[in-house]
Ligand binder design. Structure first.
Ligand code: S3P
Length: 425
């Protein structure tokens, strides 16, 4: 298992267009290309372990993949092929859950699995509503844990009210609904990221969004192919935003970032804490895209309790900003953090305490008393966002980060970029 040491280098002005491509959109590009009968063209597909797993699953399902200088051409099969081997989703919750919805309607038998972390994450949230409309899904613990076996079926229509705001659950059900027998509706308690709805509409699907409700009409014929440039990932860029925010006078310019409102909420929290944050839109063809500028100023504490799904992935990095702010910051209503790549409430709390920060843990969040970060040895718990968040803390106080291989799941060039603002050994 690889480790790294990160130590401070002082203030910086850092500009980059090399933040990893958006992970959520990349997964969807690969899976949704199977809904067309023509080749999809995808620029800037994320070349990281998670999304490369999805791409090879799409290949195992019969697609032909060609890679040419930053462009991916995905030619779908006439009909999805029944693969002889298991489909390995690696560490990716998005891949396994979206594929559950998609494969539930495809002819054949499919086995979805992943690494030990993914195999301990709950799948009932997708399996149960799908089984309710006739899907045949089984797995460990009555279908809650991978490996999961799926035998594709014709599915009934549904009106499903989800108790959790999860784009993975929503997207799985939208994919099933496209092949269901009649019109379906899905509603959620808070708007989760809406890439599936936007991209499927762009492909010609009849997917209507009204507030928290999505209406999906059955799709009788193949969709138009995708022709898309994936923007850079605001969740990956956020590590560098925090780096600037906690280093007074330093700044970052993050170029070609996805600016979808369900993805930039954490930047707005940094701004509420006192950092200077600017969004400059440069394009809005499929979704808002542009540059984000963050400049470090004096930070003060904040309470985060609304629109949690809009910043759920950024909370570990945001916790580093809380630790560097004056006063007590609070996170509430974030119980979903417990079922991410690690139990992120526990991972953040344990590691912040190792850094000498006073933290209180709740079932649905935590409270952080800002203070002076102290040098520590950090356990990533095999979770990419925990490893990268505490690596960023290393630009304030030297951090030894254990088990950093997980960074490759979403941001393989993270260390290369980090070494431009901190000392990395
Ligand atoms: C994702 C949705 C979120 C997010 C994950 C990516 C997606 O998960 O945490 O990193 O691409 O749909 P949930 O939908 O389970 O909240």
């Amino acid at each position: 298992m690889k480790k790294m040491i990160v130590s401070p280098l002082g203030g910086f002005d850092f500009e980059t267009d090399k933040i990893a491509s958006d992970k959520s959109m990349s997964h969807r590009c690969a899976i949704f290309s199977l809904l067309s009968d023509k080749p999809s063209t995808v620029w800037n597909y994320l070349q990281a372990e998670d999304t490369l797993c999805t791409l090879s699953i799409v290949e195992s399902l019969g697609a032909k993949i060609e890679k040419k200088e930053g462009v991916l051409i995905i030619t779908p099969p006439h009909e999805v092929v029944e693969p002889p081997l298991i489909l390995d989703c690696g560490n990716s919750g998005t891949a396994i859950r979206l594929l559950m919805g998609f494969l539930s309607t495809c002819k054949g038998f499919f086995v979805l699995s992943g690494d030990s972390y993914l195999c301990s994450r709950p799948m009932r949230r997708v399996a149960d509503p799908l089984r309710h409309i006739g899907a045949m899904i089984d797995g460990r613990s009555e279908g809650n844990y991978a490996p999961l076996g799926i035998r594709g079926q014709s599915l009934k229509s549904f009106d499903y009210e989800s108790k959790i705001a999860s784009a993975q659950v929503k997207s799985a059900l939208i994919l099933a609904a496209l092949k269901a027998q009649d019109v379906c509706t899905f509603s959620e308690p808070e708007l989760s990221r809406d890439h599936s709805e936007r991209m499927l509409r762009g492909m010609g699907a009849k997917v209507e969004s009204q507030g928290l409700k999505v209406t999906i009409y059955p799709q009788k014929s193949p969709l138009k192919p995708l022709n898309i440039k994936v923007p850079n990932d605001p969740s990956s860029g956020f590590f560098f935003a925090v780096a600037a925010a906690i280093t007074k006078g330093s700044s970052v310019v993050l170029k070609n970032m996805l600016l979808n409102k369900t993805r930039i909420e954490a930047y707005k929290v940094l701004s509420r804490m006192g950092a200077h944050v600017e969004f400059i839109e440069t394009d809005n063809t499929y979704d808002s895209v542009g540059d984000i500028i963050v400049t470090g100023k004096e930070l003060h504490a904040v309470c985060v309790e609304e629109n949690i799904s809009w910043l759920i992935d950024e909370l570990p990095a945001l916790s580093i900003a809380f630790a560097c702010a004056s006063g007590k910051s609070v996170v509430k209503n974030a119980q979903e953090l417990r079922v991410k790549e690690s139990d992120r409430i526990s991972s953040v709390v344990k590691n912040l305490r190792l850094c000498g920060i006073s933290v209180e843990e709740f079932e649905d969040g935590y409270e952080v008393e800002g203070g002076a970060l102290q040098s520590a040895t950090i356990n990533s718990f095999g979770d990419h966002r925990i490893a990268m968040s505490f690596a960023i803390a290393g630009i304030i106080a030297k951090m030894h980060i254990e088990d950093i291989d997980c960074i490759n799941t979403s941001f393989p060039n993270f260390i290369e970029l980090l070494s431009q603002i901190g000392k990395v050994e």
